[in-house]
Ligand binder design. Structure first.
Ligand code: C5J
Length: 228
């Protein structure tokens, strides 16, 4: 059975059994003060607007028994999976691996690396630890998706133009259909967010589709009456 999500640039035909909700990097390090986002000089409050829409879609997926996957950007405590180029690029006083108010910045096991309480994974939801911006690079995400017969991804999380976009592009080249949540993504730069969404669905869906959380939830709850 497929359902229809009202989306840009045109309706998205979704097969719920073959769809995963992938929540990218909703970690304290990006969303709360004192983490990686702050260390780079950003106003982390700009990301918090995405939490409620993601939570609403998360609840709908859980209610319908559909697959939810969480990702976390971060590195091993010995930094062996942190390439020198990435390490060098953060030129502020506090860099990846340094200690901040939430423990070592962007390091697995530190408090800041954890997913925020509002969206915390429940048992059975895979958590993908990734050292890069894309969720496919150096992870087992693709194996998990293929193993479960997933062909479509609903993407949410932060930041729109960095880890969400990189993951969407990686997914595209692997043949997955992607829909990006317009209100369930956010950036430290609102203009980048807006343009990243435009880029995703420009040229008749060059990378895929864009829709607000309400339209995804309506389709899943079958309130649109548009199932086939
Ligand atoms: C960034 C991410 N922005 N999760 N990471 O460095 O988008």
């Amino acid at each position: 059975m497929t359902i229809t999500v009202t989306a840009r640039p045109y309706d998205f035909t979704m097969d719920p059994e073959r769809t995963a909700f992938v929540i990218i990097d909703m970690q304290r390090d990006f969303v709360e003060p004192g983490g990686f986002g702050s260390a780079l000089g950003n106003d982390v409050s700009l990301l918090r607007g995405a939490i409620e829409p993601i939570g609403a879609v998360l609840a709908a997926f859980r209610e319908a028994g559909l697959l939810v996957i969480h990702t976390r950007e971060g590195h091993r405590p010995d930094l062996s999976d942190l390439n020198a180029a990435k390490h060098r690029r953060g030129r502020g006083a506090t860099r990846i691996g340094d200690t901040g108010p939430m423990g070592r910045i962007l390091i697995r096991g530190a408090d800041g690396h954890e997913i925020i309480p509002e969206l915390f994974p429940i048992a059975g939801e895979p958590v993908i630890d990734k050292p890069g911006k894309g969720a496919f690079y150096a992870t087992d995400l693709e194996t998990i998706l293929r193993g479960r017969g997933i062909t479509q991804l609903i993407l949410a999380g932060v930041t729109t133009e960095v880890c969400v976009h990189t993951t969407m592009r990686e997914a595209n080249d692997r043949g997955f259909e992607c829909l990006v949540l317009s209100d369930g993504t956010a950036s430290y730069f609102p203009e980048f967010h807006r343009l990243a969404l435009e880029m995703a669905c420009a040229q008749d869906g060059i990378f895929g589709w864009v829709a607000p959380s309400s339209d995804v939830i309506a389709a899943i709850s079958n309130k649109t009456g548009a199932s086939t």
